[in-house]
Design a protein around this ligand. Structure first.
Ligand SMILES: Cc1ncc(COP(=O)(O)O)c(C=O)c1O
Ligand SMILES: N[C@@H](CCOP(=O)(O)O)C(=O)O
Length: 476
């Protein structure tokens, strides 16, 4: 399998090169030349596999340059009941992403039982092991520059801490994450972890990451890599749990199943789109947003209008406070028939801050051919839905998953199974959980009192040069 850029300016590359390279050299995103396809018989065979074998059966199609036994070993080491345990019964933990039935044809797929209590661990733990392997083979090192709105940062730092040949420079929006999220990241003392608290929102942190990646000289000199979902390695690992969730709820392989996904940077649901392109019988992909509803507007009107800082809100589902969704570029590339010239022109408008409006019939094809629909949620609805799910089903869901629950209800067909992807655990967002349920959410024993640990971060202006200067100071 070779990878090309959505913007057409990259000679086809093998997996390990795009894994280390992150953003494509032309500013686009790497994407496979073709998607592997599973027919019904092949899907039936996959349906019986346990998580790690399923992961190998899917991921090996995307990776030509790691031999199969090694790839299987890296996957086996990643997807264990110990890593995705979170204090649960070992039998349940062995499923890695257990599916919880709320009522007939309504399910929640648990994705947040990894070390940092968010779905990011599902891909990030594998990425950590892949990076370590490839760097060792090549005798190289990498300096990861990433952006987080709260969960990617801790997942990346826990996956990379202490790893040989890897430093992590993680940009986070100053003062905008939950106290728990902040403590998870800023209390780490590992010498290879650097937390940069940028006086702005996630989008500006992500813009800085992209600007650094687009500076070819700096990127080469400081061996810059990426762990955000702009890195294809993240997306491919996320594809696997759609298959697992599908097989858990479909009465017969081949039946349609809907997925509802709390969305921000569009990485998670982009993996659902890829799974659908690979032949998984997903009917609808429901995009759930919070008050930062740029994606909801796009799927309802065809207008993609990334927002300015002034139009970006701080909400009670803070990890989704994203007004410019990187991975939308991967989906639109497929939507426009993989026409990289057209895609590049659309994203030129995005970069100028103008955005674009999809004409007919592209707009209609988003739902008719690709199954996308959307819904947004407000704070009051979020709180009411956390309460409703607890009162009706006895299940505590976090504010992001509550946005998903609202969207799932809005687009549900009772005759079709709907899987809501859980994206984080309530422990990460105490204030909203207390507002909804009147008590503190449960948290794992080892994370009690994490907010009281000493914290360290470097506060920086929203300025690419300031970040580059910080990186130089640490590495020169
Ligand atoms: C808890 C949580 N929910 C939802 C999202 C949105 O996921 P994505 O950015 O992949 O759309 C994120 C972060 O991105 C998150 O951390
Ligand atoms: N919600 C994320 C931000 C998006 O990050 P990505 O790595 O998935 O692109 C976060 O919590 O940091």
């Amino acid at each position: 399998m070779r990878y090309i850029s959505t913007r057409g300016g990259m000679t086809p590359q093998p997996f390990c090169d795009i894994l280390l390279g992150g953003l494509a050299p032309d500013g686009g995103l790497s994407i496979p030349e073709i998607y592997p396809h599973f027919c019904l018989d092949a899907l039936k065979k996959l349906s019986t596999l346990e998580y790690r074998d399923l992961a190998f059966a899917i991921i090996h199609h995307f990776v030509d340059d790691i031999d199969h036994p090694t790839l299987q070993k890296l996957i086996d080491k990643t997807y264990t009941a110990e890593v995705y345990c979170n204090g649960r019964d070992p039998e349940v933990a062995r499923e890695i992403t257990p599916v919880l039935k709320l009522e007939n044809n309504l399910y929640i797929q648990e994705l947040s039982n990894g070390p940092t209590l968010a779905f990011k661990d599902m891909a990030m733990q594998l990425l950590g092991n892949l990076f370590e392997h490839v760097l060792h083979e090549r005798g190289e090192q990498v300096n990861i520059v990433g952006a987080t709105s709260g969960d990617t940062g801790s997942a990346a730092e826990y996956a990379m801490r202490g790893k040989k040949g890897v430093n992590v420079f993680m940009l986070s929006p100053h003062g905008k994450m939950s106290p728990f999220q902040r403590a998870q990241m800023y209390s780490l003392q590992d010498k290879n972890i650097f937390n940069l608290s940028v006086k702005s929102f996630f989008d500006q942190c992500q813009d800085i990451v992209k600007a650094i990646n687009n500076d070819a000289e700096f990127k080469a000199q400081y061996k810059i890599g990426a762990v955000n979902s702009i890195n294809w390695g993240r997306i491919v690992a996320q594809v696997v749990y759609y298959f697992k969730g599908y097989f858990a709820v479909a009465k017969n392989v081949g039946d349609p199943v809907d997925f509802c996904v709390p969305s921000g940077n569009f990485g998670n649901i982009c993996a659902g789109h890829i799974a659908r392109q690979m032949g998984l019988p997903i009917r609808k992909l429901v995009v759930a947003t919070n008050e930062n509803d740029v994606l909801d507007e796009f799927f309802k009107t065809g207008k993609y209008r990334p927002r300015s800082i002034k139009e970006t809100f701080e909400t009670s589902s803070p990890s989704m406070d994203i007004a410019k969704a990187s991975n939308l570029e991967r989906f639109v590339f497929d939507l426009v028939g993989r026409d990289s010239t057209r895609l590049a022109a659309l994203w030129q408008s995005v970069e100028k801050g103008e955005g674009f409006t999809l004409p007919s019939p592209d707009f209609e094809r988003m739902s008719h051919a690709y199954g996308f629909v959307s819904e947004q949620s407000s704070h009051a609805e979020r709180v009411a839905h956390i309460r409703e799910v607890f009162e009706k089903y006895g299940v505590e869901i976090d504010p992001h998953t509550a946005d998903g629950y609202k969207a799932a209800k809005a687009h549900r067909d009772p005759a079709v199974a709907m899987v809501i992807l859980e994206t984080a655990l309530p422990a990460k967002f105490e204030a909203t959980m207390v507002e909804a349920l009147g008590r503190q959410p449960a948290r794992p024993e080892h994370l009690q009192g994490i907010e009281d640990l000493p914290q360290h971060s470097e506060v920086l202006e929203d300025d690419v040069e300031a970040v580059k200067q910080f990186i130089r100071q640490q590495l020169d």
